[in-house]
Design a protein around this ligand. Structure first.
Ligand code: HMG
Length: 390
């Protein structure tokens, strides 16, 4: 440990849209065996983004329930991680600051490196608090919509949602450990050019790169920290779809005994319950898996978690954290069960209609009638090339 002081995640919030697609219905519509999606890909449902939500509203909807007035005035760094941002110039963090009434004596910016962005933000939040004894709180928000296109190979791995994390000293959920291990290399496994609102992926190649980066950073992590597999109570992964996380787990535990393998597998299943229902939310996926583990798992305070973050393009990082004594009650601030229970199931035809309903790309004026019934924040339209929020 570089520093004796604990710094880490004190609160976690979550938001996902009110609409979803059952992947058994998608399988039928695409003439695919439903078990390919359920078992082969490892996904059951996917969130569908309505026109009145975007990454800013999802970030605000995820953050509002967890932030007390004192948090709002003490945050002095706002990091917005996204790969589906709404502006090439202005940071989503500034909209968030206004919508949530956050402290203005704050640095606020957006960060991008595919699904790795939130991990970059989290580590930066750690460094900020370690370097500035007067700073108390940092907000790191991961918000994304994953769109590959109708009838594409990636379609089954779409999703939408946001995870919000309040990073503090004496955190009540997860204290982060240093050092971590990271690796980066310029590759073309997944990308989204400025002119496209759907991602391009070299599907199979991207899964191979994910596993290669995992091998590199896990090896490096063990060298740096003298940690062993069995020091961990759980291993968490970036989850573009649960089957790939499972492959990562199998790779890491290949030399372990059957009992160890079974233990990690059981934990992995509880850590992916929510991901199976929401789909890929890019930057937030690893942290949704953490939330799933916190709420559905049966770990105890003091348990050590290993986390693998991967962002195409590509950057990988392996890091660790230790569960704190109040993690169970603090993780309940995110009412995931209610959010999921409130969702409305779409037919494939309705999903296709929503998917094609995108904002005008010429910035023409638009009024959006409310679609989301339960969301605190909505996109109400565009006027003068400016998004209007309520
Ligand atoms: P595909 O061509 O549909 O899949 O593409 P497949 O034919 O390889 O089948 C998938 C699996 O289903 C296989 O299992 C089949 O055997 C199995 P595997 O060999 O992998 O173990 N299968 C069945 N299982 C049971 N019953 C059946 C059945 N039929 C087949 N009847 C692919 C899959 C993931 C490539 C595609 O969905 C895709 O392109 N997705 C988008 C890219 C992606 O998610 N990449 C992940 C790695 S990159 C990453 O994680 C970063 C990312 O999140 C973005 C970012 O960083 O910003 C994507």
């Amino acid at each position: 440990e570089m520093s004796l002081e604990k710094i880490g995640i004190d609160k976690i919030g979550f938001y996902t849209p009110e609409f979803y697609l059952d992947l058994a219905d998608l399988a039928q519509a695409r003439a695919v065996d439903p078990n390919k999606f359920k078992i082969g890909i490892g996904q059951d449902e996917q969130a569908v983004l309505p026109l009145d939500q975007d990454v800013v509203t999802m970030a605000a909807n995820a953050s509002a329930p967890i932030l007390a007035p004192k948090d709002r005035s003490e945050i002095d760094l706002i990091i917005f991680a996204s790969e589906s941002g709404i502006d090439q110039s202005k940071a989503g963090a500034l909209y968030l600051q206004r919508l949530l009434g956050l402290n203005q004596s704050a640095r606020a910016f957006e960060i991008k490196e595919a699904c790795y962005g939130a991990t970059a933000g989290l580590q930066m939040a750690y460094d900020h608090l370690a370097a500035h004894p007067d700073s108390q709180k940092v907000l790191v928000v991961a918000a994304d919509v994953a769109r590959y296109g109708l009838e594409t190979a990636g379609e089954v791995t779409q999703g939408a949602g946001a995870v919000s994390m309040l990073v503090t000293r004496a955190p009540r959920i997860l204290a982060l450990s240093q050092p971590t291990a990271y690796f980066s290399e310029e590759i073309m496994d997944f990308w989204r050019p400025n002119y496209s609102d759907t991602a391009f992926a070299e599907g199979k190649y991207s899964t191979e790169q994910y596993l290669r980066f995992l091998e590199i950073v896990w090896h490096d992590y063990q060298q740096k920290t003298k940690t062993q597999l069995t020091d961990f109570a759980a291993l968490l992964f970036h989850i573009p779809f649960t089957k790939l996380g499972l492959k990562g787990l199998c790779q890491m535990t290949a030399d372990a005994d059957q009992e160890t393998k079974a233990r990690f597998l059981q934990v992995f299943e509880t850590a992916t319950i929510y991901n199976r229902q929401v789909g890929n939310i890019y930057t937030g996926s690893l942290y949704l898996s953490l939330l799933s583990l916190l709420q559905k798992g049966d770990l105890s305070a003091g348990a050590k978690l290993g986390l693998f973050s991967y962002g195409s393009g590509a950057v990988g990082e392996f890091f660790a954290g230790e569960l704190q004594s109040n993690f169970e009650s603090m993780s309940q601030l995110a009412d995931v069960e209610t959010l999921l229970a409130q969702r409305q199931k779409l037919t494939v035809a309705e999903y296709e209609r929503l998917f094609k309903q995108t904002l005008p790309i010429d910035g023409s004026t638009l009024t959006i009638d409310p679609i989301s019934q339960h969301a605190q924040f909505r996109l109400t339209g565009i006027s003068g090339h400016q998004r209007q929020y309520k």
